[in-house]
Design a protein around this ligand. Structure first.
Ligand SMILES: C[S@@+](CC[C@H](N)C(=O)[O-])C[C@H]1O[C@@H](n2cnc3c(N)ncnc32)[C@H](O)[C@@H]1O
Length: 302
């Protein structure tokens, strides 16, 4: 672990990060920094220009709160090493909730919100839906659902113990904030929750889905700093999607819904995982907020 990453571990902040970045009045006072040498340093390191400006403002605000001499320069140096902004700030926002993130857990991405919106629209019409989020990471999807659907019972499953620890922390914070508590399980998406077979209304998942030969496709900071278990999923990137399909077929009640995120290169292959097994009807693929193929949905045959 580099000195840069080690020092990130101790951080605690509620500052929003990129993706859902909001310029508060406080941050706007720091706007002149957006033309600074720090921005040029980040752009030279490969951070996209629009992001670099917002990152410098956010890191300047964070350094000011920390109040340690040299903190701003240290944070910029870390960001130039492509440590994700959310790790440097210690948190990110997803659909309005703050999630603690750092080394060992996947940084929640804005495109996942499209899948969650689809799920919220369907679950809202049910009086007390029973849901599971497979591959929960920091708790992203499960905690957003619990925040927006107070009558839902939401389970969440994560295989990696480091990510699970972040999910536990976030779940405790959201429960303290008044959300319905999420029920967390350390386990595998392929074999979890046998006691709930045939009982669930929805299975939702943003699993790992990058094919092993696609190492060049994700952003360099994703490959360098997100855990491998969060990214790679076999020769075609669909190994865990196939596990999720099998588990969803087992857990859902007849007529129950499954929704699974995939890459923008899997708009045909991910739905094919569902049409191939004969367990599903109404298999559809959907685009995200940028119009890119992003998630598949299907209904368990009654
Ligand atoms: C792409 S990340 C997404 C995390 C979270 N759903 C989100 O949207 O921020 C995938 C997550 O799946 C977890 N994972 C990978 N394989 C798994 C498996 N077989 N069972 C359960 N979780 C798994 C990884 O540890 C990682 O946290």
């Amino acid at each position: 672990m580099s000195a840069c990453r080690e020092s990130v571990l101790g951080y605690s902040s509620t500052t929003p990060s990129k993706g859902n970045f909001v310029l508060s009045d406080d941050l706007l006072q720091l706007a002149p920094l957006s033309d600074s040498a720090a921005v040029r340093q980040l752009i030279a390191a490969g951070v996209p220009a629009a992001e670099a400006r917002a990152d410098v403002v956010a890191l300047a605000a964070h350094a000011r709160r920390v109040g340690r001499p040299g903190e701003f320069e240290r944070l910029i140096a870390c960001r130039a090493e492509r440590v994700p902004l959310s790790h440097l700030l210690g948190s990110t926002t997803f659909r309005g909730i703050t999630l603690r993130v750092g080394p060992g857990v996947f940084s929640p991405q804005p495109e996942t919100s499209s899948m969650v919106q689809w799920a919220v629209d369907r679950l809202r019409t049910q009086p007390a839906p029973l849901v599971v989020d497979l591959c929960t990471g920091s708790g992203t999807v499960a905690l957003a659902l619990a925040n927006e659907l107070s009558s839902a019972t939401v389970h969440a499953v994560e295989r990696d113990s480091q990510a699970f620890a972040w999910a536990q922390r976030n779940a405790e914070e959201r429960a303290r904030a008044g959300d319905t508590p999420v029920l967390l399980h350390l386990g595998d998406a392929g074999s979890c929750l046998p006691d709930l077979d045939g009982q669930l209304d929805m299975v939702i998942s943003n699993p790992p889905y990058v094919a092993l030969h696609e190492a060049h496709v994700p952003d360099v900071e994703v490959v360098k700093h997100d855990p491998g278990i969060a990214l790679w999923a076999g020769a075609d990137g669909l190994d865990v999607v196939r596990d999720v399909e099998r588990t969803a077929a087992r857990l859902l009640k007849p007529g129950g819904l499954v929704v699974v995120e995939h890459s923008d290169r899997q708009g045909a292959t991910a739905p094919a995982v569902f049409t191939a097994t004969g367990a599903w009807e109404d298999v559809q693929d959907h685009v995200d907020h940028e119009g890119l193929d992003r998630f598949v949905t299907a209904r368990r045959i009654a």
